[in-house]
Design a protein. Sequence first.
Length: 222
Amino acid sequence: MKQKLLFPAMILGLSFPAAVLAHPHVFVDTGFALEFNEDNQLVQIKVTWQYDEFYSLLITEDLFLDNDGDGKLTPDEAQRLVGFDTNWDEGFNGDLEIRVDGKLLALSGPQNPTTDLQDGRIVSTHVRQLEVPVPMQEGPFSIKAFDPSFYTAYEIILPVTLSENLQGLCLLERIEPDIVGGLAIMQAQLLRLDANADLEENDIPLMGGEFATEILVTCPTS
């Protein structure tokens, strides 16, 4: 689907008429559990999403859950909620990218989904298998969670863990995005367009990835 995104003149220093505020509408706290096999190959990643309270309320109301408003689900309600966020359209990447040496790793669709409601916030998990296991020596592994259109904002503030056999052996780094630099790139690209230009037709990429936190996992090479 083609995207037509306009950004506020106040942020970009532009004067586009009828500029629409581009900002996230859903906020998701995110965590990862990286699973390595006995040969120290990365084989899967477990993703945890904790949705903001407002979005959680919208979902539970839409599905007629938690009618007593206590922020908890009955076993039947919990079962009805499982998988609400893993019925993906074909080609959707789950807002997750894992790269090695700049190359994108192929992942399965979501498996083994779980869902719960904790203190009024929906918490879900799912597993993504790597189509081809990758030895830890081929890292570092670059992990980003982002929505290219920036409708959903993912913040990696939940735990990021490794298999027990690699505890203490690998270095986990959190690399924050260059917001100022990303905005400068966006401004330079948009200055070439008129207010109603179609971004895809003008080869202007969506910028969600430029504002995403990166987790870098570096393991011993020998």
